[in-house]
Design a protein around this ligand. Structure first.
Ligand code: GTP
Ligand code: ZN
Length: 370
């Protein structure tokens, strides 16, 4: 028997590496493939940048999304991304100022930037996918070599996580498995008959919670709310969104009905994480709406994976829901994931003068039913 890590385990480890500022190694498929050492832009240190330079890579670039390149007036030759050649004196502060749009007011004078055209960008694209999955800014420092062997050797010598494109793709397409780890009775101000169940995904990503109220029957559609974490709205009462009142109203409605389930999904900021959401808020303070701010940072409007909620419901024995939502996307994803939406229950609460524009943008751009 040989002990080896699965592709999914390697990808999970790579995400953790990127968050702590450790380099990872990426290689292309087949003979003559290229290789690269990668660090997330936001965790790259001066010392590591110097280490990368000392290895004399064939190309040393900062990979950014084409959205970011547009703002920087840098030519993007690689479709959805651009490779900015790192100047010889570029330090970690330079990398962040170039990568992070929310810092633009603080560091207005930047560029011009030379973007790379020759060579492939497959590994750069992979690096951006992984930084996003790690809930970091989609920007990566990439030291590339024309031959994968050099990178394999460097990775083996330093004990770096080594990934190939197919491993990352397979891991993303794999069925998500979540297990209930623990659960206990938690009476709340909404209902004394509450139970909290904690679900943990096998890939080591965030845990999600199910709050079950009463004893909902498994053989009929359950009154359910799929709530995405919003630290600002849920915990500190932010008026910028409608999440806090929606959470309370959903709990209240389920409690009044006597039975149902609220899934609390730790997909903060529509899946971009709180750090990136606060970057988005800074951009919103500069006049961009919620969707534009996400795009400027290099994210899609919505980066949540709604399959997770469906997986938890199925794990709990539910196959059909009466879903409390105004978001048609959630209904479509539930159905696609094998949980039938027998009815949509509208949830309209928490409108105030601070979030009027935010709600209008959701209706206009994200198809929300108001
Ligand atoms: N990126 C980003 N996320 C936000 C912003 N405001 C709120 N969020 C997040 O959006 C999520 C809530 O999503 P909503 O679109 O309000 O609601 P929904 O859950 O999709 O739809 P409903 O079921 O109708 O409420 C939470 O994860 C919040 O943290 C914002 O301006 N930018
Ligand atoms: Zn919110």
């Amino acid at each position: 028997m040989t002990l080896s890590l699965s592709g999914e385990e390697l990808v999970s480890r790579a995400r953790a590496d990127l968050r702590i500022g450790a380099p990872i190694a990426l290689v292309g498929a087949g003979d003559g493939a290229a290789g690269a050492l990668v660090m997330a832009a936001e965790t790259a240190s001066d010392a590591r940048l110097a280490d990368f330079r000392a290895l004399a890579p064939d190309a040393f670039d900062l990979a950014i999304t084409h959205h970011r390149a547009t703002t920087l007036k840098a030519r993007a030759y690689d479709g959805t991304l651009a490779r900015i050649a790192l100047p010889a004196d570029a330090d970690a502060a330079w990398v962040m100022a170039t990568a992070d749009p929310s810092l633009d007011l603080a560091t207005p004078l930047k560029g011009p930037y030379a973007t790379r055209r020759e060579g492939g960008a497959e590994l750069h694209a992979l690096a951006l996918v992984l930084t996003k999955q790690a809930r970091l800014l989609p920007a990566a420092v990439v030291a590339a070599w024309a031959d994968a062997e050099t990178v394999r050797r460097l990775a083996a010598g330093a004990g770096l996580t080594l990934l190939s494109a197919d491993i990352v793709e397979d891991a993303a397409a794999a069925t998500i498995r979540l297990r209930e780890i623990s659960g206990a009775r938690v009476p709340t101000r909404f209902s004394e008959a509450g139970r909290v169940h904690v679900f943990r995904p096998d890939d080591g990503a965030e845990e999600h919670y199910a709050i079950e109220i009463g004893q909902p029957a498994r053989d009929e559609p359950v009154l359910a709310r799929l709530h995405s974490a919003c630290f600002t709205g849920d915990v500190i009462g932010s008026l910028k969104c409608d999440c806090g009142p929606q959470l309370a109203a959903a709990m209240d409605e389920i409690a009044t009905a006597g039975a149902g389930v609220l899934l609390y999904m730790n997909q903060e900021g529509r899946g971009i994480g709180l750090a990136n959401k606060m970057r988005a808020y800074s951009l919103q303070d500069q006049g961009y709406d919620t969707v534009e701010a996400n795009h400027r940072l290099g994210f899609e409007d919505d980066e949540r994976d709604f399959r997770l909620g469906a997986a938890i419901l199925k794990e709990m024995g539910f196959t059909a829901v009466r879903l409390m939502t105004n978001n048609p996307g959630k209904i479509a994803m539930m159905e696609a994931s094998g949980v039938h939406v027998a009815e949509r229950v509208p949830l309209r609460v928490g409108r105030n003068r601070h979030n009027a524009d935010y709600l209008a943008t959701k209706a206009a751009k994200s198809g929300h039913l108001l």
